[in-house]
Design a protein around this ligand. Structure first.
Ligand code: PLP
Length: 408
């Protein structure tokens, strides 16, 4: 089954109550039982069932199953936001004293989170781009995780998943990828060796900009050495499933960032057009990048451009696509603001992955907590504009941006 068919007819698409085409929104806090014995069995994980929506809900489960199928994971757990997914994915396997090696061209919120974690004794070392050459000198006996975005937002460097996963595994370290900007349409990181995948499903997965959420997908393939991964000690008997089981029954359940059933429903409805949207969005982004790159004084960053070091990797790993985000430098902060203010169709908003084209000045918004050095290694300069390309007609988008640039 090809991708678009799988979205509508895959294994995870079930028959729902009352023959409904989409899963009903189980907008309840608790589920009733006929007997106390049945309730006890569900609590003790001796019978399947739902008891309380923070711990399990049918609409949320339907969303998790669809994402798990699309990513080829062993289990998927949905969270209240992308940031909660990243936070819980990390806390589930890390203890004070552990170290992470991460790419620097990351989502600003993730960079801030790594900073927050230092107060809990978890240290992150940043490399410019996550490659075996850059990681190797930073690996020591405390290193427990390699973390990278598949297409950095907004750095836009592309991770060579296979190469980095093989290298990490040779050192007994798992690879966690944030695949928000790539989506399961461009690549399944697990199929290339990634161990844990996270997404902000607020973005392309939802697609319509109407719900915040995140997902964690565990491949359950990593062979945890429980003497080194002390966070998972106590889950030894579950072997490869230790990560999922601790997450589901401990960290995720107790930290309480469950996804609301209504938002799970909006994600399922949005998800069904993911393939179509990504095809259009990537094609628009590529054409807009080419068009703007030809304008005097404008420097575009997009993974498929001739000037990009990751062009070949897009071919071999991302089905020839370069994703839906591009950034461009305008010459000055003032000009960047003038351009943003002159756009007719592109909306000034801090989101990505919407069907509408969105634009933002990251230096004065998303990166206000970062140092100059952190910003520059994320590809954020004071004259940078980030564009999340939508599904509008490309000629209108090219006209909108070219006019805004020419008149500014
Ligand atoms: C938006 C985003 C996040 C954070 O997700 P929220 O749903 O806003 O919490 C994490 N990573 C990337 C790459 C993002 O674009």
């Amino acid at each position: 089954m090809e991708f678009n068919t799988r979205l509508l007819h895959g294994k995870a698409v079930r028959k729902y109550p009352d023959s409904a085409i989409l899963p009903p929104i189980s907008q309840v806090t608790a589920f009733r039982f006929d007997t106390a014995e049945e309730q006890a069995k569900v609590f003790q994980h001796k019978a399947a069932g739902f008891a309380y929506s923070r711990v399990g809900n049918p609409t949320v489960a339907a969303f998790e199953q669809r994402i798990n199928e699309l990513e080829g994971g062993n289990a998927c757990i949905a969270c209240s936001s992308g940031m909660s997914a990243i936070t819980l994915a990390l806390l589930n396997m890390l203890c004070a004293g552990d170290e992470i090696i991460a790419g620097s061209g990351l989502y600003g919120g993730s960079i801030d989170l790594f900073e927050d974690l230092t107060k809990f004794g978890i240290t992150t070392h940043f490399v410019n781009h996550v490659t075996p050459e850059e990681i190797e000198p930073l690996i020591n006996s405390h290193t427990r995780l390699i973390y990278s975005e598949v297409i950095g937002n907004p750095g836009l460097r592309v991770l060579d998943i296979r190469k980095v996963a093989d290298f990490a595994h040779a050192h007994g370290i798992p690879l966690m990828t944030d695949s928000t900007t790539a989506t399961p349409y461009l690549v399944n990181p697990i199929s290339l060796g990634a161990d844990i995948v996270v997404h902000s499903s607020s973005k392309y997965i939802n697609g319509y900009g109407n719900a915040i959420s995140g997902v964690i997908i565990d491949s359950a393939k990593f062979k945890w050495d429980f003497d080194r991964f002390r966070a998972l000690d106590g889950y030894r008997k579950f072997g490869n499933l230790a990560y999922t089981i601790r997450l589901r029954t401990d960290i995720w359940e107790n930290m309480g960032s469950c996804l609301s059933p209504a938002n799970a429903f909006l994600n399922i409805a949005g998800l069904e057009t993911l393939g179509l949207r990504m095809e259009r969005i990537c094609s628009n982004a590529s054409r807009l990048a080419e068009a703007l790159n030809g304008i005097d004084g404008i420097k575009v960053n997009y993974p498929l451009l001739e000037s990009s070091p990751d062009r070949d990797l897009c071919r071999t790993q991302l089905k020839g696509f370069g994703g839906g985000i591009l950034t461009f430098r305008t010459g000055s902060r003032e000009r960047a603001f003038r351009i943003l203010n002159s756009l007719k169709y592109a909306v000034i908003a801090s989101n990505i992955g919407d069907i509408r084209t969105l634009a933002i000045h990251p230096d004065s918004t998303l990166y206000i907590r970062s140092t100059k050095e952190q910003k520059e290694s994320a590809g954020v300069f004071e004259d940078t504009i980030r564009v999340s390309v939508g599904i509008e007609n490309i000629d209108d988008l090219i006209d909108d941006f070219t006019e805004a640039i020419r008149n500014s």
